[in-house]
Write a protein that binds this ligand. Structure first.
Ligand code: BG6
Length: 467
């Protein structure tokens, strides 16, 4: 295989925005520190800013995110910055960008902008010839639904060949998410039990204890379904549910994941509970009568040989009691009641993947309590994962995009198959149910999980006393 040539300039749209401030500048700094970034970085925005404003923003952003800033690395990053200000609908903006890009002839354009602007920017790039030998990195959500994703894809593919399109889902750049793939297929003990014969249900929680953090206007156009469930959560489902990739290589992983999305039964209104935290409608940028969900719980089924009949329960939301991402795979009970107390345990065995804030993989099992009686207690065998070496997801992903490595990006097939899962419920759903901030969302979600519940509370200490 021919190794793709690295890009020689990084252009990023949305340079004055929230994503840039919170994630992108710290990632660029990390890339400089790791000697992965030495090409010019051109910020583009429509904010009436100048280069000094952008440099100031970069300094503030890095200092706020990184504990012990390496001054030399930060100054190197500042020295790489350029800035173009202008309306994305105006060809003059792209003419100015072309000038700023100068002699570079393999740009990578990163669109850290609201999805409604994607098509405009891509057309602007093509109009100025900035798509030649270039790559484009597109943020999620890629489209608003299946139809708009297909339309957007037509625009993108009109200007860039598929191998130059990088659809980003930053969860795929997280160590803990990569570890799902690794743990499943680097071990042999899992495969015999990783199916409907042994697994009772799976729960995935992506909980956040904060609200929309000033992103009301973006969030009100997305909601939890588009913001997290359709992408981050379904990616986790795919990594857990996929068949073993047919060969060593990411093409095989992409294909195996897309096959999971294709096998997921499209969600209907009875499969979900939507919630909205009290006070959401008073957030700046949010429509007063908004019915957008800040919480969603879903029950889905994967109609495949491996997973037939196994319910997958997903929930995500803002203003929940904790910020924690966790997967619990519940195994079926032993077939015979040899020990009464063990049979009383709802799920004596589980595998728990803590993805955030700390990486952990734990196997839940019953262990006999010392004494005459055959009684025991729930314990966990725990392995910590991740750790200090973990890089910021955007650091990894942008460095990969510069190098032309598409392994951790999503394919159009996958994106469309994932939209197909949620397409019906984007419009056909019951009104969002209000919930108080700091709670686990509407109690109707308990009815949804029913006898497979209760929902696991990932903020609780486990039996070993760990949080
Ligand atoms: C983003 C969503 O994609 O992911 C946010 O837009 C969410 O609403 C965030 O908070 C969660 O990602 P992380 O990496 O901060 O846990």
């Amino acid at each position: 295989m021919i190794t793709p040539a690295p890009s020689d300039v990084l252009v990023f749209f949305g340079a004055t925005g929230d994503l840039a401030r919170k994630q992108i500048f710290p990632a660029l700094y990390g890339m400089v520190l790791a000697e992965e970034l030495d090409v010019p970085v051109v910020g583009v925005a429509f904010s009436e800013w100048g280069l000094e404003d952008l440099q100031k923003r970069a300094r503030e952003s890095v200092t706020a995110a990184v504990p012990d800033v390496d001054d030399a690395a930060l100054e190197t990053l500042i020295g790489l910055l350029r800035y173009v200000d202008g309306d994305y609908r105006d060809p003059a903006t792209f003419a100015a960008l072309k000038e700023s890009v100068g002699d570079a002839h393999r740009p990578v354009h990163y669109l850290a902008i609201p999805p409604v602007m994607f098509a405009t920017v891509i057309e602007g790039l093509a109009g100025a010839g900035l798509n030649q030998d270039a790559r484009v990195v597109v943020e999620k959500p890629f489209g608003r639904d299946l139809a708009s994703a297909q339309e957007l894809d037509a625009v993108v593919r009109g200007a860039f060949p598929e191998e130059s399109v990088f659809r980003i889902d930053h969860f795929l750049g997280k160590e803990e998410i990569m570890n799902l793939l690794y743990f499943r297929f680097a071990n042999s003990f899992l495969e015999p039990v990783w199916n409907r014969d042994h697994i009772a249900s799976v729960q995935i929680t992506i909980a956040e204890d904060f609200g929309v953090q000033g992103r009301g206007s973006f969030y009100d156009s997305a909601g939890a379904l588009r913001d997290v469930l359709e992408n981050h959560m379904l990616q986790i489902v795919a990594l857990l549910a996929m068949e073993p990739p047919a060969y060593q290589g990411y093409g095989a992983v992409h294909e195996a994941k897309a096959n999971v999305f294709r096998a997921i039964r499209p969600l209907t209104r009875n499969d979900i509970v939507r919630g909205q935290f009290d006070g959401y409608r008073d957030e700046p940028g949010v429509a007063r009568g908004s019915d957008v969900e800040t919480y969603v719980a879903a029950r889905l089924f994967i109609d495949s040989w491996r997973w037939a009949g196994v319910p997958w329960y997903l929930r995500t939301g803002k203003h929940l009691p904790a910020t924690v991402h966790e997967v619990i795979v519940e195994f079926k009970k032993p077939p015979q009641a040899l020990f009464d107390d063990a049979m009383m345990a709802q799920h004596p065995n589980h595998l728990r993947f803590r993805l955030q804030p700390d990486g952990e993989i734990a196997l839940g099992a019953r262990v006999k309590t010392p004494g005459e009686e055959f009684v025991g207690e729930q314990r966990e065998l725990v392995a910590s994962t991740g750790g200090a070496a973990a890089r910021r997801p955007y650091e990894r992903l942008l460095a990969d995009a510069i190098q032309g490595d598409r392994a951790l990006f999503t394919s159009e097939d996958s994106v469309e198959a994932a939209w197909r899962v949620v397409d019906g419920i984007l419009t056909d759903h019951a009104p969002a149910i209000r919930y108080a901030p700091g709670t686990w969302g509407p109690t109707e979600a308990d009815t949804l999980i029913g006898g497979d519940g209760p929902w696991h509370d990932p903020s609780l200490r486990d039996s070993n006393g760990r949080k």
